[in-house]
Structures are given as structure tokens and as C-alpha cells.
Design a protein around this ligand. Structure first.
Ligand code: ZN
Length: 329
């Protein structure tokens, strides 16, 4: 029997280096390769496409913070208007709770209340610029100006008693151009403002954050939207989007306009529609993202990861099974 020749010792080092190099390359590209090989791109491609909009349709986007409307929906906003629908945007807060952002953009070590209010005013301005880039008229935008990272408090402990936001020291709406200037930071006032918007817009479709979104402000807006529309017997008009989708989603970070946006892990249980963007729509979405100059300096890689060849929008939960009546005492 002929013995196989043993590998020569001087071949081992190059082989080990080659294997090591390959391993490093796989590790560095793991997010990209994972996305390609776990079938998530294929799953997105198999999703039903977003139904067309029609002339005269009224579409309202509820955005907890300035930038959410662009991250989730800039392509859909362009599409809806191109197909003859009207789009309205409501920002619930001015995004005035991000201290690190205020420190960096205003060059201060410890931002004070006036720095945080200046950040809120700047973000409100950026939001209006982003809307303009997306073709949404100024009179179709509303900024409510309730406290960033404080919405859950308004709907619980501070439904009737004003909440004082720790970062801005504000207990009432201060943002220039707000829908109701000086409205107290209460759940009652927030609901009244949202009802005012619903009355004014009378939307056929309301795009709200999904209750699965990781951010507490987003989940609070989701719950408010469900409740207020249910009171109007209009819950079927609700649609959902996700921005904080969990497990580092979306991967990879940074600008990859040619890649698909995959299904957010936290909201896998929702049905999803895919809205494909044209290259021109992708470009305009990027311009709208870049309008958020106070945000992109810190969160640019996260924000630009939403600039993809598609967006994902949920038609909402399927109707639950009817709850059986309980008989007897
Ligand atoms: Zn947000």
C-alpha cells in the first residue's frame, strides 16, 4: 500500500495564513454575508408590493421625532404624491432629549436647558427642510412639540398633571411654530393635538410606528394612534413602519442604496409590503436624510442604512379571532 505523502512543514505557515485571512474576511463581512445567505433578501423579494395610492387619497404620517418620517417612509411619501395622493406629516416631539447631540453640535461640555431647547428648535427646522425636499407642502406639516423621551410619562403618570422634561426644564410646548404653543406637557393635551390633526387632515391612511418598535416614544405613539383611531371606528386606516427594529437592524450600517432593507427582527410577526424605490427616489431620500445635520454627525451610519432600494410598510395586524362571549356569572 502506498502511503500518502505528509504535508511538508514549510507549506503549513502559508496555509495557516491563508485560512486566517479568509476567516478575518468572513468575520469582517459577517453582517453582509449573513444577510445574503440567511435568505432575508429573498424573503423581502417575495413580499407583496405596496398597493398603489390614488388621486385624492389623504395620507398622514405620525413621526415621534424629526427624522423618523424620512427613515421609514421617504420613498413611500414620494410615491404617494406621484400617484396623486396628498401627504401630511406630524412630528410629535422636536427631538430635544439627545444631550450628546446638543453637546457636539453646540460645542458645550454639559448642555443646559437652553442648549436642549436650541436643539429642539434646530431639529424642528431640519424636519421642515426634509419635508420640503420630499415635496410635502409646509402647510401639510405639524409639529406638536411634546417632550422627547417623555411621551410614555404623558400617557401614564402625567395624563392630567404637567410633566417637566428634565433636559429642557420645559413643562409646556415651546418649539417655534408648534400646533398649540404653550400646551401643557400632559397626555390630555397631546391627545387633543393629535385629534386636532386627525380632524384637520381626515386621513384615509395613517402611517404610525408599529407597537413592536424598540423606542418607548415610538411605542407610545403606536398605542395613541390605535386608541384614537379606534375611538373614531377608523382602526382599519392604520398602517405601520419600524425604525428601531432590534438586533443592530438594519445591517450593514452606512449607505448601501443598492441593497434591500430586510424585515426588522422585532416585527417579524407583522405582515409586510415592499415599496421599491427608483434610483431618483433613493437619491432624494438621501438628500432628506442629510437635511438632518444635527443628527447625521452622530447617527449618520444608522440613518443612511435606511436609504435602500426598498422600504417596508405593514398593512397592520390581521383581524384577531373574535373573543367568545363568556356566559354566566
Ligand atoms: Zn424616533
Amino acid at each position: 500500500m502506498k502511503r500518502l505523502p505528509l504535508p511538508r512543514r514549510d507549506h503549513l505557515l502559508p496555509a495557516a495564513l491563508l485560512l486566517g485571512g479568509l476567516g478575518l474576511a468572513v468575520w469582517i463581512n459577517l453582517p453582509v454575508m449573513g444577510r445574503v445567505f440567511d435568505g432575508s433578501a429573498i424573503r423581502v423579494q417575495a413580499l407583496p408590493t405596496l398597493p398603489a395610492f390614488h388621486t385624492g387619497q389623504r395620507v398622514l404620517i405620525l413621526s415621534p421625532h424629526p427624522d423618523d418620517e424620512t427613515l421609514c417612509c421617504a420613498g413611500m411619501i414620494q410615491r404617494a404624491q406621484a400617484e396623486g395622493a396628498g401627504v401630511w406629516i406630524t412630528w410629535v416631539t422636536a427631538g430635544d432629549g439627545f444631550e450628546f447631540d446638543a453637546a457636539l453640535t453646540q460645542g458645550v461640555l454639559r448642555p443646559q436647558a437652553h442648549n436642549m431647547r436650541a436643539l429642539g428648535a434646530a431639529r424642528a427646522l431640519e424636519a421642515r427642510q426634509a419635508a420640503q425636499i420630499l415635496g410635502v407642502p409646509a402647510d401639510h406639516t405639524f409639529i406638536l412639540g411634546y417632550p422627547d423621551r417623555g411621551l410614555a410619562r404623558l400617557t401614564t403618570s402625567n395624563y392630567a398633571r404637567p410633566y417637566t422634561a428634565p433636559r429642557t426644564a420645559a413643562a409646556a410646548v415651546y418649539v417655534p411654530g408648534a400646533l398649540t404653543p404653550n400646551a401643557p406637557y400632559t397626555g390630555e393635551a397631546l391627545e387633543a393635538d393629535l385629534n386636532r390633526v386627525l380632524d384637520r387632515v381626515n386621513p384615509d391612511l395613517v402611517y404610525a410606528p408599529a407597537p413592536q418598535d424598540f423606542h418607548t416614544d415610538h411605542r407610545t405613539v403606536a398605542n395613541l394612534a390605535m386608541r384614537l383611531l379606534a375611538q373614531r371606528h377608523q382602526e382599519r386606516r392604520l398602517r405601520y413602519w419600524v425604525v428601531h427594529g432590534g438586533v443592530e437592524w438594519p445591517v450593514p450600517k452606512g449607505l448601501h442604496g443598492e441593497l434591500p432593507l430586510t424585515i426588522p427582527p422585532r416585527a417579524r410577526s407583522l405582515p409586510w409590503n415592499r415599496a421599491d424605490l427608483t434610483p431618483a427616489e433613493v437619491d432624494r431620500k438621501l438628500r432628506a436624510v442629510n437635511a438632518y445635520r444635527t443628527q447625521t454627525r452622530i447617527l449618520g451610519r444608522f440613518m443612511r442604512a435606511f436609504v435602500r432600494r426598498n422600504e417596508l410598510l405593514s398593512p397592520g395586524m390581521p383581524d384577531p379571532d373574535p373573543i367568545p362571549d363568556i356566559e354566566g356569572p
